[in-house]
Ligand binder design. Sequence first.
Ligand SMILES: [Zn+2]
Length: 405
Amino acid sequence: MQTLFRLQGGKFTAYQPIHLYRKFTAEKIFSGRAMMPEGSVLIVRADGTVEAIVDRDEAGEGGQYFEGILSPGLVNCHCHLELSHMKGIIPEGAGMVDFLLSVVQQRNISEQIILESIEKAEAEMLANGIVAVGDICNTDFTIRQKSKKNLYYYNFIEVSGYAPSVAGSRFEKARGLYDKFVSIGSDASIVPHATYSLSGDLLKKINQFQQNNVLTIHNQESDIEDEWIREKKGDLTRLYHQLSIATDFFQPQGISSLHYFLNPISEFRPLILVHNLFSTDADVQYANQLFSQHNSQLYYCLCPNANMYINKKLPDVDLFINNQCKIVLGTDSLSSNKQLSIHEEIKTLQNAYPHIRLEQFLQWATINGAEALGISDTFGSFEKGKKPGIVLWDEDVLNVKCLQV
Ligand SMILES: [Zn+2]
């Protein structure tokens, strides 16, 4: 329910024509960093660029009042838009290996269905208040939709290849895909899939390429990942066997998957670790210390609904909070989620962790996400000159609505 509020005077009528501005106020306004004092008014230009957040008596005449909470547009730091046609195909609770095998087997679907599903999934994200996405790409299927620039995408061109002998060819293929995304004016970087699908040679090539770009990797999504890296055993042997991937070159490392991945990194750049479902206190402390020593940014992306879908387990959110981690949120793909909604991810975490304040969740979904993708000059907060979109949350955080993207 929205009503107009009217007050006389104020600096936004004294010397500026009123029609230049749109004014929004609500029960609460979350700036991207904090809840603003009661009675604050968000003032944006006609094109959505933020002018200021001011006190109501400074706001001048006119404006819209909303019941609920206004926040900047939401940032989805981990998605695979190209897998949108797989909604509802893989049974819940299948576990990591069967999930991965299903994804590999389901990639051969008609292009028309893939493209239609991508378009529909993007519309769903927009309706759910998402304005920016970190999107994993193994193909160019999403290019057509992304060229419409309906929302912002950071394209993570994913590369995998376990045998050191394929490092060169796999990297070149990723390089070709990278060039395609860059040619439509989209931001992109080449990133590794996961430690268990990556050779040292391939990681070296990735690290030597575009060293300032953001890196991301699926990290400790399942306990079988650590089991493999530490001891070279467990259910991942079934994946390698079924996909005929030779593993003779790999020696058990006796350390966790995250330690193993971070050990050879010499060029530090912003990194988004995705899932972290089985990360331990020791893992997180080691990673945080390493990145802080190298003055580089490290983000932990949580995808709780996908974790429930595949592994029936939620990430240990308190572990990341207690270690002062920068947390961001992701939906993962429709192959392991019923919807693409950051709001639904927050609802799941709120139910499991009722002691975490709403402001904290909102910060992960807005400014932290924008910083992780390197786009905080435009997105993530209501600060002058940014154009972050405006989202309305109802009072109980049960629904979101996009006011302006
Ligand atoms: Zn993923």
